[in-house]
Write a protein of this length. Structure first.
Length: 373
């Protein structure tokens, strides 16, 4: 069986689980051809057959743009359709709702079954964005024609049903996470190391951890916080750390390789993920970073927001806090600093839970059976 994998870009580093999924399916018998608008991060992600519209020769791009205008069609879809027809494709799988706008047309034009996987903003933000009318108008067709609608959390499933997706078509499929857990031991000292991983954008909420630090440090000064990530909110967060006089306890490390992130996770006592639901609806629909940290033996504190409570079971696999409540964050951090037994129990439980929920081999087999069925 061969799958046409429809993506916007192949592939952002923040979507590495899609690559793992494609490669995992290949190992158990499913081939994939990639159809995308742009190829990026070729040093991390490579694939034998990738049909990238914007990486085609300029003369081809101009031809399909002109043909699209003439036929009132989409140029990229016309370009991809040629390869769909001669590629012996059996199934079209669109990753994210916005990719399904074109994936659904390719499936219909070639009488092929279609699968859509929704991952987050394509459910919580874009269906309500006044600038995304084309997407909103296409959603009923995507819901109607897709044989299967996949999503990564129960939170997304509930919201998809609210949007009109048929409940009997929706299946929750957890990402298959495969990480190379670093063989490093935590530094043997009395510093309590906290890590935060994520893009510095408004709804990731790093500022609330920074605001919690003066309270934490007043009670336990031997704390170090490492922020990993970059983005437009980074400078504002650095300024806030200076204003609150906690800069000496905070390291802004910028972007780094996934393996280096795992090393920092393994060497930390705690991950704090204080993201929120933004005004336009964006939020963490699951919070895979929490699962990766748990697999490294590092439990998490997370906002009671989006799909994160599906990974952080309060007082069992981690601790939940109220959105934007930095005092609650400080209280929970101090609780774990003082209660080593609870910290160790959360660490053990979180690892078992995440290793089970996101088990790579099991989740790939589950996806294989979904597509095959």
């Amino acid at each position: 069986m061969k799958i046409a994998q429809i993506l916007d870009k192949f592939l952002p580093v923040t979507e590495s689980w899609i690559y793992s999924q494609i490669k995992g399916l290949e190992k158990i018998g499913f081939e994939s051809d990639i159809f995308c608008h742009k190829i990026i991060n070729t040093d991390s992600f490579s694939h034998k057959i990738v049909h990238s519209y914007k990486d085609a020769p300029k003369c081809k791009i101009n031809y399909y743009r002109a043909l699209g205008k003439l036929t009132k069609s989409d140029g990229a879809t016309l370009f991809w359709n040629k390869y769909i027809k001669k590629g012996n494709i059996d199934v079209v799988h669109s990753h994210f709702g916005w990719a399904a706008q074109k994936g659904i047309d390719l499936a219909i034009q070639n009488n092929l079954p279609h699968i859509t996987t929704f991952y987050g903003a394509d459910v919580t933000r874009d269906p309500f964005d006044p600038d995304k009318k084309d997407y909103q108008n296409k959603l009923p067709l995507i819901f109607d024609y897709s044989k299967i609608i996949l999503c990564t959390s129960n939170f997304l499933k509930i919201n998809l049903v609210k949007l009109g997706a048929p409940k009997d078509k929706i299946q929750v499929w957890r990402p298959a996470i495969k990480i190379d857990i670093p063989k490093v031991d935590k530094t043997n000292d009395d510093i309590f190391r906290i890590i935060s991983v994520g893009r510095f954008i408004d709804w990731k909420g790093q500022e609330f951890l920074i605001r919690a630090l003066p309270i934490v440090l007043k009670n336990y000064p031997k704390v170090e916080v490492n922020f990993i990530g970059a983005g437009p909110e980074l400078e504002r967060c650095k300024k806030l750390a200076r204003q609150l006089k906690v800069s000496q306890k905070v390291n802004f490390l910028g972007s780094m390789s996934h393996q280096d992130v795992l090393i920092y996770m393994k060497n930390s006592e705690l991950l704090v993920h204080s993201s929120i639901r933004s005004k336009d609806g964006r939020c963490d629909s699951l919070g895979v970073v929490l699962a990766e940290a748990a697999m490294c033996g590092t439990p998490g504190i997370a906002s009671n927001s989006g799909g994160m409570p599906e990974i952080i079971i309060h007082n069992k696999t981690g601790l939940l806090v109220e959105e934007k409540n930095y005092k609650d964050i400080a209280e929970k951090i101090l609780k774990l600093i003082e209660d080593k037994y609870l910290l160790n129990e959360l660490s053990k439980n979180a690892k078992i839970y995440s290793d089970t929920m996101f088990n790579y081999d099991n989740q790939i087999k589950k996806l294989f059976n979904i597509i095959k069925g």
